[in-house]
Design a protein around this ligand. Structure first.
Ligand code: ZN
Ligand code: ZN
Ligand code: ZN
Ligand code: ZN
Length: 430
């Protein structure tokens, strides 16, 4: 079968995935399965075969880790570490199943070690990815120390891998997984699991992505095109939630994946028409959008697109931070709907209607009207219906730009579209 993509090496940028032909919206670009799965290194007691959260009543007869039952205890995935525990005669003592237990930090390095022993080809692929050890160590000293003690030292000392694996090698395994893995979606009642997908992991991020991963129940991930993609174009998806302004998004990306995004959206003052980071001009009779002059510079002056009026970076950010604080602190005498309405009224002349703080409050409000006991759909006045429609439509604007097309689920977009449809039908009847 001829794949619609290829992995290419670009000087200074590392690996990228590009399309080898023109792609239509919604087309499946890539299907991938994990070659390594592991519970998160900070996990509550969960079954080491199926990830179900367990109550501790059944324990693996070999290693004493809490599991579901005999079937899971003898499962193929758990066997990887269980054989090691058996060899060194280790028995786990997970005391409280309700809180995160450091025993789970050992599972990831042990499964990596077993992959090297049993699946050399997969190990070679895994090894070819970046681990950002230096950056991770500096960024989160506590987490590094936690992995060092409960993952690296555990594997070397308790599991007797000291001769075979250096401290650095083991940290590298944890790093590759932390930077390149994908969270696996499990049902309610299950813990957290991550998977390493060898082809999928080559896809880079863009804040205005042309593709999207769709997670299947069997842990397969399908990457689908959101837009038309031209032959030779790079295929990208969003690593972080869409609806954050550039300042916050770039910080998040740099903290978790250690790169400074330089996509079209990051360099566009209005973030491709979404205005998520915009204020409103306070000069009399203006009210134009006020945006950073250099969006990727975290000290850039903000200025009005209409009249050029400027404000300092610090002042602009403080206005948005204060707004974020004001979303909280509801007066117990007021209903949440009233609290949000007051908030929106207070900020309607200060923040752009699509500003991320405004958009998230409008989403909530749009979903509350007609769906809570104090504001039931049946008794909504015409004014309330209009208001519901207005806030739903306004908060949908940035989402519709950033998550174009109808690929997979987008929790908020789907919800807003449903609410809009419902209220429009009702308005026609009344
Ligand atoms: Zn299980
Ligand atoms: Zn076991
Ligand atoms: Zn970007
Ligand atoms: Zn202005």
């Amino acid at each position: 079968m001829c794949l619609p993509y290829k992995v290419v090496e670009v000087a200074g940028r590392g690996r990228c995935v590009t399309s080898v032909r023109d792609i239509h919206p919604n087309e499946v670009l890539l299907v991938d399965n994990p070659i390594l799965v592991s519970p998160s290194t900070k996990s509550k007691a969960q079954c080491l075969q199926c990830c179900r959260l367990v109550d501790g009543s059944y324990k693996c007869p070999v290693c004493n880790f809490p599991m579901c039952n005999e079937t899971c205890a003898s499962g193929e995935i758990h066997k990887l570490e269980c054989e090691v525990f058996e060899r060194v005669d280790f028995e786990a003592e997970v005391e409280d199943v309700k809180i995160a237990d450091d025993h789970y930090a050992a599972i990831l390095p042990l499964r990596c070690i077993r992959m090297r022993e049993k699946e050399p080809e997969n190990w070679r692929i895994f090894q070819s990815f970046q681990s950002h050890c230096k950056e991770r160590r500096e960024a989160n000293k506590d987490l590094w120390a936690y992995h060092d003690e409960h993952g690296v030292d555990f594997a070397r000392d308790i599991c007797e891998y000291k001769e075979e694996f250096s401290v650095e090698e083991l940290h590298r395994m944890i790093g590759i997984m932390s930077v390149n893995s994908l969270g696996i979606e499990l049902e309610k009642g299950y813990g957290e699991e991550m998977g390493f997908y060898p082809a999928f992991s080559n896809i880079n991020h863009s804040c205005l992505a042309n593709a999207k991963p769709v997670k299947m129940k069997d842990k397969t991930v399908e990457v689908r095109a959101k837009t038309s993609i031209k032959k030779g174009e790079e295929i990208t998806f969003q690593y972080v939630v869409e609806i954050q302004p550039t300042r916050i998004r770039r910080e998040m990306l740099n903290r978790k994946w250690f790169f400074l995004c330089s996509c079209t959206r990051c360099f566009d003052r209005a973030e491709c028409g979404t205005f998520l980071g915009a204020l409103l001009c306070q000069r009399r009779h203006c009210g134009g959008p006020v945006l950073p002059e250099q969006p990727t510079d975290t000290s850039s002056r903000f200025s009005c697109l209409e009249c050029g009026n400027t404000i300092e970076y610090k002042e602009a950010v403080e206005i948005m931070n204060e707004a974020e604080r004001n979303t909280q602190g509801k007066d117990p005498l007021h209903h949440l709907v009233e609290h949000i309405e007051r908030f929106l009224q207070k900020y309607e002349d200060i923040l752009h209607p699509y500003n991320y703080v405004m958009a998230s409050m409008k989403m909530k409000l749009g979903c509350l009207y007609g769906n809570c006991p104090e504001y039931p759909l049946a008794t909504m006045t015409k004014t309330m219906m209009m208001r519901k429609l207005q806030v739903c439509e306004e908060s949908l604007v940035p989402l519709a730009i950033l998550d174009e097309g109808q690929v997979g689920d987008n929790k908020w977009k789907g919800r807003l579209e449903k609410e809009i449809c419902k209220i429009k039908c009702l308005m026609q009847i009344k």
